[in-house]
Design a binder for this molecule. Structure first.
Ligand code: FAD
Length: 450
């Protein structure tokens, strides 16, 4: 071990620490292996020390020690990110916050909780009172609240509520700065966006205040269509129907459904599917709509999330890619946003251009007040050059791509630059550039006294 790590360990006092290299390495990884490009870059990267924080006091002590000794600190939640977000590129401390999992309070339509709470535990606690999270990633059963806000973007529920970036979807965040004398800062309303999808580069989140949605009884329902175009149009009819309460509207083009083995009965050969979560009270009008669009219902069952069952959302969002990777590692994926005014047209153009190199998968979402869809097409991987070419062809057709094969915030964003507020804020809360170094590439590390 280097002397800076020895000095750090002496300084950490009563904070729970793990130094066994194998255990530290295990928790220095996430789902970056979805990307053959990132897998090559990150497979051997590891932190040097694992801190298992169970309180804000542990976080403050760790941040202070890291600042004093010039040691990088990377926060880890459930470790389900796809772009190596919690992989410590420059080693140092991996700060696991899953032990901070308390609900601070719950008041009607708002909850305040610690960041390590698993999203399923949060909803299990809230639903008996008639409320639930507005949205969650399809990794709800493994991911943490803090990891979702710091590393995710939206998911199940975004068809109604938009992404996390929409004003009002994060009410407040409490953070700890990385300084010799860390400060605790409460960021409210728009200011809370400074930590959204910043990969933990702009402060360590120790509490989040989130707005809630009414907890409907949700029904998983699958509709089969003759073509991907018909599934997209059927999905659009449902997405546009404001009177239908919905949480998921997911068109999936054949042959992707052929990889969903447990859903075999509901996935007829050659048919494209529409996977939906619809509130019980909207099932009748929903069925009318999709039948009129040429669909046939092949599956209908209340959403079941308990161990042993598979909710339909675990075939959607980035779980669709996972269903393929379970049997064939030669595929990877992209993350696209189609232009709202010609979403179907541009999506079908890509289907035409790429043929069987790309399996179509779309997720209807609201974006800036407009209904559109994002896409997570599953792509047959050949070379990095071809992957970059596929991205360029999408972008040339007005489809924005958040590249999931890079580690930096900038290159992984649709806009290819850091959010200006987050960039400015970083200088205030992490002046030495020790928080998850290498992820915000526009922030030049300042030299400290080390
Ligand atoms: P981690 O992976 O542990 O961390 C994510 C990032 O947040 C890291 O940069 C980490 O440093 C930072 N971080 C974690 N906790 C804190 C904290 N307390 N303070 C500061 N920074 C912190 N994402 C979506 O948005 N929508 C989806 O539908 C979706 N589906 C997925 C499906 C699959 C199968 C997989 C593998 C991934 C999917 N993801 C999705 C990505 C990921 O699962 C989610 O974003 C998830 O919410 C991340 O939570 P986590 O606890 O695992 O975070």
């Amino acid at each position: 071990r280097t002397s800076r790590i020895e000095n750090l360990l002496q300084d950490l006092g009563g904070v729970p620490v793990v130094t066994d290299p194998q255990r530290v390495r295990k928790r220095s990884r996430d789902f970056f292996w979805y990307s053959p490009v990132l897998n090559e870059e990150l497979k051997d990267v590891s932190g040097e020390v694992l801190v298992e924080a169970t309180s804000e006091a542990h976080v403050i002590a760790t941040a202070a020690a890291c600042a004093r000794h010039g040691v990088p600190l990377t926060v880890r939640g459930g470790g389900t990110g796809n772009y190596g977000q919690c992989v410590p590129l420059e080693g140092g401390v991996v700060l696991d916050i899953m032990g901070m999992d308390k609900i601070e309070w719950h008041r009607a339509d708002v909850v305040r909780a610690e960041p390590g709470i698993r999203l399923n535990k949060l909803d299990d606690t809230l639903r008996p009172n008639g409320w639930e999270s507005r949205m969650h990633p399809s990794t709800k059963r493994t991911a943490s609240l803090g990891g979702f806000i710091a590393g995710g973007s939206g998911g199940v529920g975004s068809v109604t509520w938009g992404g996390l970036v929409e004003p009002g979807n994060i009410l407040a965040a409490r953070i700890v700065t990385l300084e010799a004398e860390p400060r605790v800062i409460e960021l409210r309303a728009d200011a809370a966006q400074k930590i959204n999808r910043a990969y933990g580069t702009t402060g360590i989140i120790t509490a989040l205040e989130m707005p809630l949605a009414p907890a409907y009884p949700w029904i998983d329902i699958i509709v089969a269509f003759d073509s991907v175009e018909a599934a997209l149009k059927g999905g659009q009819a449902v997405a546009y129907a404001d009177g239908i309460a919905k949480k998921l509207v997911t068109p999936i083009g054949w042959p992707l459904p052929s990889y969903f083995t447990p859903l075999k009965e509901a996935a007829p050969e050659g048919k494209s599917l529409l996977l939906c979560m619809i509130a019980q009270n909207s099932i009748e009008p929903f069925k009318d709509l999709v039948r009129r669009a040429g669909g046939t219902i092949t599956h209908e069952k209340p959403t079941a999330e308990e161990p042993g069952s598979i909710p339909l959302y675990e075939y959607c969002w980035n779980h669709s890619t996972l269903q393929v990777l379970k049997s064939d590692r030669s595929y990877t994926y992209l993350q696209c946003l189609y232009p709202a005014d010609r979403a179907i047209e541009s999506a079908l153009k890509m289907v035409d251009i790429f043929g069987d190199e790309l399996m179509p998968h779309f997720e209807f979402i609201r974006f800036g007040g407009k209904m559109t869809f994002s896409g997570l097409p599953v792509v047959r991987y050949t070379t990095r050059e071809r992957l970059w070419e596929i991205i360029a062809i999408h972008e040339d057709n007005g489809i924005m791509v958040a590249n999931p094969h890079v580690v930096t915030l900038e290159d992984g964003s649709r806009h290819k630059r850091a959010n200006a507020d987050q960039f400015g804020f970083k200088g205030e809360v992490d002046p030495l550039g020790l928080l998850n170094p290498g992820k915000m590439r526009s922030f030049l590390r300042r030299s400290g006294p080390f």
